[in-house]
Ligand binder design. Sequence first.
Ligand code: DC
Length: 223
Amino acid sequence: MSAIAIDGPAGAGKSTIAKLLAKQLGYVYVDTGAMYRAMAVYFSQNDINPDDENAINGAVDNIDISIEYKDGVQQVILNGENVTSLLRTEETGKMASKTSKYAAVRTKLVALQRGLAKKTDVIMDGRDTGPTVLPDAIAKIYLTASSDARAKRRYDELKEKGENCSFDAIKEDIEKRDYEDMHRAISPLKQADDAVLVDTSDMNIEQVVAALSKIIDEKKAGR
Ligand code: DC
């Protein structure tokens, strides 16, 4: 099996790019953030305090997460229920950010992610896929952009949906999430030594896909 790992901060465009590349390469796209979000849904639904590690540890044993694909789109099943439509809310994102620092949570999800990569060719995105989950990935990419560029993309996306939002608040939220992801004790977000850095601040989607395709082709050819 061959695997490609894309890591980077929130809002860098990882999932958009990974989905396009997966189609192009015939690989399965695995969104690891969705798994941390599904755990977060369980913690919220069961009123578990994200600051109470003992409570989190106890709850993790009661959580079963599995992944299915419907028309090529990843579905996350939490204790038998498809929770995919509940994952992308602000509240779930905040809960995931607070609880993804715990060893019990990470150990369980890393095992699930490695299991998926054993079965099929995957392009996996997240925070620790290159350094921890898929150390033997054929290509590792660290996709980033300035917090201004990431906040602008999010702002434009929300505006287009007709939502009222503040650029400054979005930027502040992105920077807070970066800090949390980069400063946790276990698997903090950082560029793997063998990852290629791509800064997308001044690139459009087509340019990023082209840049990553080139990197993947070169890695496959052993260059
Ligand atoms: O990429 P995302 O916004 O869906 O991720 C949600 C949260 O999960 C984010 O705060 C960081 C965490 N996460 C993680 O710790 N490790 C991963 N491989 C993916 C996400």
